[in-house]
Unconditional design. Structure first.
Length: 286
């Protein structure tokens, strides 16, 4: 949600022009608390400067922020006089108010793609307001997986559940335009070494990385970690990667985030084979 302006409305763009306002660089990938909640809520507040009232909530994880008391949640359809935050039907977080930019300098197309005719700024973030009044930003709209059955799956929260287990170094959820979601995992080499020694697997750590014992252990842990998720969010298959994820090989960004599309393209043959095997198993069970 990086297009709000502090102080006044203006134009945004790659280059600062006289009379224009800077684009905010930080995106509010944070949970925000209002006085009341609802999964289709509207948040209202005062001037952009009032956003300084955001403060860490000590009872919540570090990614959470609590809004100052002057902010309150309003149900969609009630028009607050100033800033509004709304969750669209497809889950995208929308915002409009006097502290939002007028548009991109000299780029009408980018402006039209970002701000609709009703003045709502489309943040590109997916989220919801929980029963405690917290706004949770779960993923980027561009990363949402849409299965063949039309189910929308946000991959990052699921990957986060899996990465809470130190045995997993990387986890990449896949399933766009597929019948169900699956998972590619890169195990942690030190953790594999410790596990193999503890369970007295035969061979070396390189043998263990390609072993059926490790694959079964990884699959078992994935099933346990995702057992409470809705069925469409549970990976139906897991494949193991041994290649390191680095910036040099194009699988990590400079901020060390996994490049999801690049991973899927790099290991497309493995992914296709996994889906083919799973489909064959499904048909044999019918």
């Amino acid at each position: 949600m990086g297009h709000c302006q502090a102080g006044h409305r203006g134009q945004a763009g790659a280059e600062q022009r006289p009379g224009g306002a800077r684009r905010t660089q930080e995106r509010a990938r944070l949970r925000r608390r209002a006085a009341a909640g609802g999964d289709r809520g509207v948040l209202r507040g005062g001037r952009a400067a009032d956003h300084a009232g955001l403060r860490p909530d000590g009872d919540q994880p570090a990614r959470l922020l609590q809004l100052a008391p002057r902010f309150q949640a309003r149900h969609r359809g009630q028009g607050p006089a100033r800033g509004e935050l709304r969750i669209a039907e497809h889950g995208e977080i929308l915002y409009r108010g006097p502290n939002v930019m007028l548009g991109y300098w000299g780029n009408e197309q980018a402006t039209a793609e970002t701000i609709d005719e009703e003045g709502w700024l489309h943040t590109g973030d997916i989220g919801y307001v929980d029963t405690d009044g917290f706004l949770t930003i779960t993923d980027r709209l561009k990363d949402i997986i849409v299965t063949l059955g039309g189910k929308n799956v946000a991959p990052q929260p699921i990957e986060g559940l899996i990465l809470a287990d130190p045995l997993f170094e990387h986890a990449v959820l896949l399933g766009d335009n597929r019948p169900f979601v699956t998972l590619l995992v890169k195990p942690s080499l030190p953790q594999v070494e410790d596990l193999g020694k503890r369970l007295q697997w035969p061979g070396t750590v390189q043998d263990w990385l390609a072993s059926s014992e490790l694959l079964e252990e990884l699959r078992r842990r994935v099933e346990e970690l995702t057992a409470k998720l809705p069925s469409q969010e549970q990976p139906k298959g897991t494949s193991v990667l041994t290649e390191e994820f680095t910036m040099d090989n194009g699988l990590l960004t400079p901020t060390l985030k996994v490049k999801r599309r690049e991973v899927e393209a790099r290991f497309k043959a493995m992914v296709d084979d996994m889906y083919a095997r799973l489909e064959k198993l499904r048909k044999s069970d019918q």
